[in-house]
Design a protein around this ligand. Structure first.
Ligand SMILES: Nc1ncnc2c1ncn2[C@@H]1O[C@H](COP(=O)(O)OP(=O)(O)OP(=O)(O)O)[C@@H](O)[C@H]1O
Ligand SMILES: [Mg+2]
Length: 244
């Protein structure tokens, strides 16, 4: 593995469970109107998709459904072969552990250092400091934050915070990586570097879904995209995804 060109994520044993299936799913906030309509989407292990669409089209909302932060108003959401409507709270927590999320607003913990924010998912699985220290430092160095390990998140720029959020999402090699505009705050060169990190994670078996406005980045990656238009996955997306 060349440290200059290849992202620092060690291989893990594969997992062949189906990853995600949304069947006729709609979603609304509180008592408002549905903002996602009749969504059908299936992601197989190892898939890599972008999710595009205008501001307000429902990208973040669709991702929220997938990482179980919001319930569907109708339809079925299956994650890792489980119908989430039938899951206990404990089952839901276990499913969430298999998902790495880069939130649009980062959601870093301000009382923890950069290092500790990134180490959090590993610590949650019971790993010891000595077992993950090197991996966390290597990953933060890869995203250009090797000199900020002990910084407080509130002292970082927007792009730096975004890179911490990405490192935290990928460090545990999740089965499913969901990223909401993960390159929106970084320069093009860093954007390409972060895409290499996602590609490397995908090469090692993670399913990846990235919401992005950056059509240049989407095109350059060569990965297929799903398109949301006013809460509906449009025909070109359905055709691309529907044949599975
Ligand atoms: N917490 C909320 N409560 C009520 N309505 C919401 C909430 N969050 C989003 N919405 C509405 O849902 C719709 C979809 O919003 P969403 O944030 O999913 O869009 P988006 O495609 O991610 O947009 P952007 O590209 O600007 O991030 C919008 O009409 C928005 O106003
Ligand atoms: Mg959004």
């Amino acid at each position: 593995m060349s440290s200059k060109t290849q992202a620092p994520i060690a291989p893990d044993t594969g997992n062949n469970s189906p990853v995600l299936e949304l069947i006729d799913v709609s979603m609304r906030y509180a008592h408002g109107p549905d903002i996602l309509h009749d969504i059908n989407l299936r992601l197989a292990p190892g898939d890599f998709y972008f999710l595009t669409g205008a501001s307000g089209a429902g990208k973040s909302s669709l991702l929220r459904l997938i990482y179980l932060a919001h319930r569907a108003s109708c339809g079925q959401v299956h994650l890792f072969d489980q119908d989430t409507a039938l899951c206990s709270r404990r089952d839901m927590a276990l499913l969430r552990r298999r998902i790495g999320v880069v939130f649009q607003g980062f959601r870093l913990l301000d009382h923890l250092s950069v290092f500790d924010n990134v180490a959090l998912p590993l610590r949650a699985t019971g790993k010891k400091h000595a077992d993950y220290e090197e991996d966390v430092i290597e990953l933060l160095t890869w995203v250009g934050l090797g000199d900020h390990l002990h910084a407080a998140p509130q002292t970082l720029s927007g792009g730096e915070k975004q890179r911490v959020a990405i490192a935290r999402a990928v460090v545990g090699k999740p089965d499913l990586l969901i990223a909401d505009e993960p390159t929106g705050n970084v320069d093009p060169q860093m954007g390409r570097r972060l895409m290499r990190l996602f590609s490397e994670l995908n090469r090692l078996g993670s399913t990846v879904l990235i919401a992005s406005h950056d059509l240049g980045l989407v095109r350059a990656s060569g990965a297929p995209s799903l398109h949301l238009d006013e809460g509906r996955l449009r025909a070109n997306a359905a055709t691309q995804n529907g044949g599975r």
